[in-house]
Write a protein that binds this ligand. Structure first.
Ligand code: ACO
Ligand code: ZN
Length: 204
């Protein structure tokens, strides 16, 4: 396992080594975003902007999203997850002033979600961060509109409200002409970081 980027690979396998070099670089340096002529800027801030990418966008945009998703998934330890309806997936990229992709949110339409049940020990208990994804969900579905399948911020840019701004922008842009309420959005299988963020964002 590489001590800097965390990737597990076989050092004697050239294919594995190449993959590692790529991941290592992206993990430490981030992913560059040179800028596109026809980009869909959906929000602008003092420290960057948010660009929306849709499934039928030009291949350079799709390729960029795939690169980001690859980095995010390997950081999250996800296996290749095929989105349920790739035709309706919306990807929001937060681009920093240094022209790097420093945040990513991937959302898809859903019909229902399941509430996380509060832990008997309390969310503040010191063990809650260690018991990785061990929380329980209610088995009673509640209606929902938008599922966040991934949310990620570059490790050096965390706690600067980038995730918060991505979700605000998603709520504004997911459905034409309406601002989604917090009850209408859901997070898929959150990580400990994801759960801390979602708890704070949703005030639950
Ligand atoms: N610990 C405690 N509270 C947190 C944390 C954390 N790690 N992250 C966010 N919060 C809370 C804080 O209250 C924060 O406000 P504050 O800084 O004023 O106290 C508030 O949420 C807003 O946080 P942001 O700054 O908007 O969040 P950030 O940009 O740092 O991104 C994220 C949060 C996306 C979870 C980031 O930590 C990350 O990328 N982690 C690794 C990837 C990951 O685990 N993603 C979630 C996967 S689950 C899913 O994709 C559905
Ligand atoms: Zn490495």
């Amino acid at each position: 396992m590489c001590k800097s980027c965390g990737m597990i690979y076989t050092a004697s396998n050239p294919e594995d080594e190449l993959q590692h070099v790529q991941h290592h670089h992206r993990f430490l340096e981030g992913i560059k975003y040179p800028g596109w002529k026809k980009e869909r800027v959906v929000a602008e801030f003092w420290d960057g902007k948010i660009v929306l990418v849709l499934p039928h966008d030009p291949s350079y945009a799709i390729k960029k999203v795939e690169d980001v998703q690859e980095l995010v998934d390997s950081e999250l330890g996800f296996q290749q997850v095929v989105p349920r309806c790739p035709d309706k997936t919306k990807t929001f990229l937060f681009i920093s002033d240094e022209k790097k992709v420093v945040g990513c949110l991937i959302a898809e339409p859903i019909k229902q979600a399941f509430r996380v049940l509060s832990e008997p020990t309390g969310a503040e208990s010191p063990s809650s961060k260690e018991c990785h994804r061990a929380w329980q969900c209610s088995n009673v579905p509640v209606p929902a509109v938008c599922g966040i399948s991934r949310i990620w911020v570059f490790r050096l840019k965390r706690r600067k409200r980038i995730a918060r701004r991505l979700v605000d922008t998603l709520r504004n842009r997911f459905m034409f002409g309406c601002f989604l309420s917090i009850d209408e959005i859901a997070f898929s299988d959150p990580t400990p970081d994801g759960k801390l963020f979602a708890t704070k964002y949703c005030n639950t």
